[in-house]
Design a protein around this ligand. Structure first.
Ligand code: BDP
Length: 719
């Protein structure tokens, strides 16, 4: 008995020490350095660290270096004085000024508040390795990059590196409710333990901040965009303050979602009209109160007049009047308003695709400078593939930010491995043709072609209380890739993947090759077995889990039939000038090219065109056959992913292996389910046989239609 307890305690100890790869440590798992020349190069640095100043951020850096040193060398690092033998110098440009030549001074100065320089520095004949920023925050980013270069074995003490973020606000949006449920969350409950705050501080908050800071994420909105005004009460602000205080030295600013009707719900006012003096007073006082507790509070993220959320329209006011009212209250404190463009009204428009442009284009130039409009990557709603949102490039005077969804609401939730970065990259690299012919979405949102300073990339978080944070281990790769792209939206997805694989699975080339090919093929595979050739919004109602192409009834633009429009003639949504003309919201270069079904990239064909079943694609096959082939190839890719993964047994940690292998088996079943359900359903319109070469869809359409998932994760109880 005693032995058993000892054994259990020992395993608990091992787990707490991180010997088991349960995913808790994310990409910050500092493993022993096996490469001896790297170890010889790096060890002396950890044996002589000197900080040129003192501040809370340096304290955190010190802790991070301790963790890393224990992980890399199983020993304590040594912190020295300047007159002792110090090898690793850490500080800001001004702190190190007497040791820096003019060229270094200038180079570092150009990197702004958040950039860093790291490299060799000789002084009085002695060589040092220095990590320098203009601010402690820049230093922090430099240190994380330095540690990452050791983990990925790319560190070289003789070369210098400098970097700085291209986007100002790199932000996670949590859709977390105050009761700890998470809207569209698939990784357990909210990590914000509101009930036990402010008294109890969960150590997870620190690891969360470390993970974000290591990627350069510098802002978080804590609460659901379907907001609850309760978070603005004094007792909750006290809780928020605890988080803000913890995150501050990690360079992370806290935002909250503001419910537009808060003046009524908590201020006892009869109206929330943004032009009403009492309402303005309410917000000003509330904002002042928040800043008293949290002097660097970021501001508000607002969803208004969308999906039933209250907003200025109730009072005959427009989005600019609503946003500006909040912006005025925040401006004296340098706070900002992030106002979402994901809007659609109660009256069903002929095409929801057009709604944001219809509402926001006329308001261009009417928003105050401290307002950013946060636009989803596509015009519908985070579908497996969407063309870029026409608002990018249609609005010139207003600040525009990007909203991506990291949580996989429409992309397999937490049962599927789908690496989202290629999808984001596709959107970021899309040419908008406005304001100049070479303006891509990336160059609009980083301000380089839109000439804006207040820039933003937000990602809807996929984080929860699951031990591995994201439910599926590969969800971590999406968090990671989001952070990287927010820092530099021109990065390449396969390189980001390679880095993440290095950090998560180590250096074995076979492991790296296999996992990289799994990740790179995963998005196209999911698009193929869910919504190929521009199809969209085919998922099950409410929970959005699995296929539901037959969903109809109720609000039209919440159904599938509204989007696919299949009939005996063909399938697809005509958004050309013969249909809704949503295409007209894009620049003429795009509109004219895409209005021709023979010219539009086939991946967007059915997004913009209603096409006959016998329409010939570039392959010279009919549309019907191609739909079948795409669905089938998606399933085959999912199987290939699993085969690839299973070949890694024994080469990677057993716990990681089994976790992903089991989930890939589910992914195959779900891919088959999507293919079978969609093809059998669409066949009821096409009345055509399936192409010879595909595996014939099996099953009974009525059975698929009858499936119900009342307890699927991530949905509101009343849905
Ligand atoms: C949709 C989600 C819904 C969100 C909404 C939003 O299904 O839960 O509230 O987006 O972005 O994708 O506001």
């Amino acid at each position: 008995m005693k032995n058993r307890i000892v054994l259990i305690l020992f395993f608990t100890f091992l787990i707490s020490q991180g010997f088991s790869k349960d995913g808790y440590k994310l990409w910050l798992d500092y493993q022993p350095i096996e490469n001896s020349s790297l170890s010889n190069e790096v060890k002396p640095l950890f044996g002589g660290i000197y900080f040129f100043g003192k501040n809370p951020t340096y304290d955190l850096i010190q802790k991070e270096l301790e963790l890393a040193s224990w992980g890399f060398f199983n020993r304590e690092p040594e912190f020295k004085n300047l007159n002792q033998e110090s090898h690793l110098w850490i500080g800001t440009r001004s702190e190190l000024s007497q040791f820096l030549g003019l060229d270094h001074q200038a180079k570092i100065k150009d990197l702004g508040d958040e950039g860093y320089w790291r490299g060799p520095l000789n002084h009085n004949g002695e060589s040092h390795y220095a990590i320098i920023g203009n601010t402690p925050k820049g230093v922090l980013y430099g240190v994380f990059d330095f540690l990452r270069s050791i983990q990925t074995e790319t560190f070289d003490s003789t070369t210098e590196k400098s970097d700085s973020p291209k986007i100002k606000l790199r932000m996670l949006n949590h859709w977390d409710n105050l009761d700890r449920t998470v809207e569209r969350g698939y990784a357990g409950f909210s990590i914000w333990d509101w009930h036990r705050l402010p008294g109890y501080v969960d150590p997870r908050y620190i690891d969360y901040a470390r993970a974000n800071a290591s990627l350069g994420i510098n802002a978080v909105s804590l609460t659901n965009v379907n907001a609850n005004a309760w978070v603005l009460r004094e007792d909750f602000i006290e809780k928020v303050k605890v988080l803000a205080d913890l995150f501050r030295p990690y360079g992370i600013q806290v935002f909250l979602t503001a419910r537009f009707s808060a003046p009524i719900e908590m201020g006892n006012l009869e109206t929330a009209d943004p032009l009403d003096p009492e309402v303005r007073k309410f917000w000003k006082e509330r904002v002042d109160l928040i800043y008293k507790e949290i002097p660097d509070f970021g501001g508000f993220l607002v969803k208004a007049n969308s999906e039933g959320q209250p907003g200025p329209h109730e009072y005959g006011r427009n989005h600019a009047e609503g946003a500006n009212m909040l912006a005025e209250a925040l401006a004296p404190h340098e706070g900002i308003v992030i106002w979402r463009a994901f809007v659609y009204s109660h009256e069903i428009d002929e095409d929801r695709h057009k709604q944001a442009n219809l509402e926001f284009e006329p308001l261009d130039g009417k928003f105050l400078d401290n307002v950013i409009i946060q636009v989803k990557n596509g015009a519908i709603d985070f579908q497996p593939r969407e063309p870029f949102h026409p608002l990018f490039g249609a609005v010139e005077k207003t600040n525009l930010g990007m909203e991506f969804q990291i949580t996989q609401e429409y992309l397999g939730q937490a049962t599927q491995l789908v690496y989202l970065s290629p999808m984001w990259e596709e959107v970021l690299q899309s040419p908008t043709y406005r304001p100049t012919s070479n303006a891509t979405v990336a160059s609009i949102i980083d301000g380089s072609s839109s000439n804006k300073n207040l820039t933003l990339m937000a990602g809807v978080s996929n984080i929860g209380t699951d031990r591995n944070w994201t439910g599926h281990l590969f969800g971590q790769a999406n968090w990671y890739a989001f952070g990287k792209l927010a820092w530099d939206p021109y990065l390449n997805s396969s390189e980001i993947a390679k880095e993440w694989i290095d950090l998560t699975f180590g250096q074995n080339p076979e492991v790296q090759r296999n996992i990289s090919s799994i990740m790179q093929s995963s998005h196209e595979a999911a698009v193929n077995y869910m919504t190929p050739l521009g199809l969209h919004h085919l998922m099950g109602r409410s929970h959005h889990y699995g296929p539901g192409p037959w969903v109809e009834g109720g609000r039209a633009d919440w159904t599938s039939v509204y989007y696919h429009r299949a009939d005996s003639q063909g399938i697809g949504f005509d958004r050309t000038s013969t249909g809704s003309n949503a295409l007209g919201q894009y620049a003429p270069e795009i509109a004219s090219n895409w209005s021709n079904p023979n010219q539009i990239p086939e991946k967007f064909l059915l997004w913009f065109h209603h096409v006959p079943w016998d329409f010939k694609l570039k392959s010279r096959r009919t549309l019907w056959d191609e739909i079948g082939l795409h669905y089938d190839s998606g399933v085959k890719s999912a199987r290939e992913m699993k085969r690839n993964w299973d070949s890694l047994e024994g080469l990677i940690d057993a716990e990681q292996f089994s976790h992903v292998s089991q989930l890939l088996a589910i992914q195959i079943q779900e891919a088959e389910w999507w293919r079978n359900a969609c093809l059998l359903y669409f066949q009821t319109f096409s009345n055509l046989p399936f192409p010879e070469e595909i595996e014939k869809p099996k099953g009974d359409l009525e059975y698929f239609k009858s499936l119900r998932f009342p307890f699927a994760p991530g949905i509101r109880p009343n849905w």
